[in-house]
Design a binder for this molecule. Structure first.
Ligand code: GTP
Ligand code: MG
Length: 138
């Protein structure tokens, strides 16, 4: 089975939405096999989102990701990467399909409640960024 890296972002932890978001993952058939609540520094957020370092919103993005606690999780399931992206909805909540996490909870294109890996390569890299093998319990 496939694994993907999820982050419940500061806008969502601030509004106490962690449980509601995890319920969406579980309802879609995804299983949480690792989970921790952490508070990133802006430098750590920058390292995680390094692929976006040339984008105009990079400063805003890393400042936001370091603005409060996040919940990082590894989700496991059949086609977990695509399934998670589907449950998350489009980056901009205005474009997100009804019933998706971003349609229901996201506040803006920047403060959009969740992150999800977008490819098998990214998933492997992002899982290793936050977790050791010992912490993945299927
Ligand atoms: P992630 O799962 O977080 O990677 O989202 P995504 O794959 O749907 O979007 P993308 O990788 O293109 O962008 C990464 C993140 O940067 C988004 O989730 C947003 O939080 C943020 N972002 C993207 N576009 C904008 C923008 O125009 N303004 C701001 N402030 N943030 C943006
Ligand atoms: Mg992305």
């Amino acid at each position: 089975v496939e694994r993907t890296l999820s982050i419940i972002k500061p806008d969502a932890t601030k509004r106490n939405l962690t449980g509601k978001i995890v319920a969406k993952f579980e309802d879609a058939g995804l299983r949480v096999v690792a989970s921790k609540r952490i508070h990133l520094t802006q430098a750590q957020a920058g390292k995680f989102y390094a692929v976006h370092s040339e984008r105009p919103f990079f400063g805003e993005l890393t400042e936001f990701m370091a603005s409060g606690p996040v919940v990082v999780q590894v989700l496991e399931g059949e086609g977990a990467i695509a399934k998670n992206r589907e449950v998350m909805g489009a980056t901009n909540p205005a474009d997100a399909a009804a019933g998706t996490i971003r349609a229901e909870f996201a506040e803006s294109v920047g403060e959009n409640s969740v992150h999800g890996s977008d490819s098998p390569e990214a998933a492997a890299e992002e899982i290793a960024f936050f977790f050791s093998g010992l912490e993945l319990v299927g």
